[in-house]
Design a protein around this ligand. Structure first.
Ligand code: RP5
Length: 165
């Protein structure tokens, strides 16, 4: 079996229970054929793994981290604190508080330690943002994003026409 290419994006989450949301990030990365990895890393339950993972990511060739967590969602921010890589945070909605707690935990970072936070449950956009970051230095990926945007536009017009017919 050929070795899989080394991952350019790390999709990480605080618990396996976040996967139902975070799989959308992985899915869109696959749609764009972006090599990525998926890992459960918890800021609270596996803090030492989380620090080691964040510190090693850049040297392993990872370019963007997409990190999702719910509740007291400290994972994206803590990873951002120990890496120079851009971190995209996904607030995962839990049964209580509808994800507002997750959003506020991720978005309200202190100056100097940014996390690019997407909407509650917005893992697909998080993956797309990672693709866009990679596309700044990859013209083939940039073209695929342009085609994707054109398809999106066409699909809106198609639905508009269907509505009228
Ligand atoms: C967070 O706690 C995880 O990101 C998850 O969203 C939440 C609940 O985890 P489980 O109790 O379902 O494992 O750290």
């Amino acid at each position: 079996m050929p070795a899989s290419p080394s991952p350019l994006v790390s999709v990480v989450m605080g618990s396996d229970s976040d996967w139902s949301v975070m799989q959308e990030a992985s899915r869109v990365l696959s749609e764009f054929d972006v090599a990525h990895e998926v890992e459960v890393v918890s800021a609270h339950r596996t803090p030492e793994k989380m620090i080691a993972f964040g510190k090693a990511a850049a040297s392993r060739g990872v370019k963007v981290i997409v990190a999702g967590a719910g509740g007291a969602a400290h994972l994206p921010g803590m990873l951002a604190a120990v890496t120079t890589l851009p971190v995209v945070g996904v607030p995962v909605p839990l049964a209580r508080l509808d994800g507002l707690d997750s959003l506020l935990s991720i978005v309200q970072m202190p100056a100097g330690v940014p996390v690019a936070t997407v909407s509650i449950g917005g893992a697909r956009n998080a993956g797309l943002l990672a693709v866009k970051i990679l596309a700044t230095s990859d013209s083939a990926l940039e073209q695929r994003l342009a085609d994707f945007a054109a398809d999106l536009e066409a699909s809106v017009e198609q639905k508009n026409q269907a509505l009228k017919s």
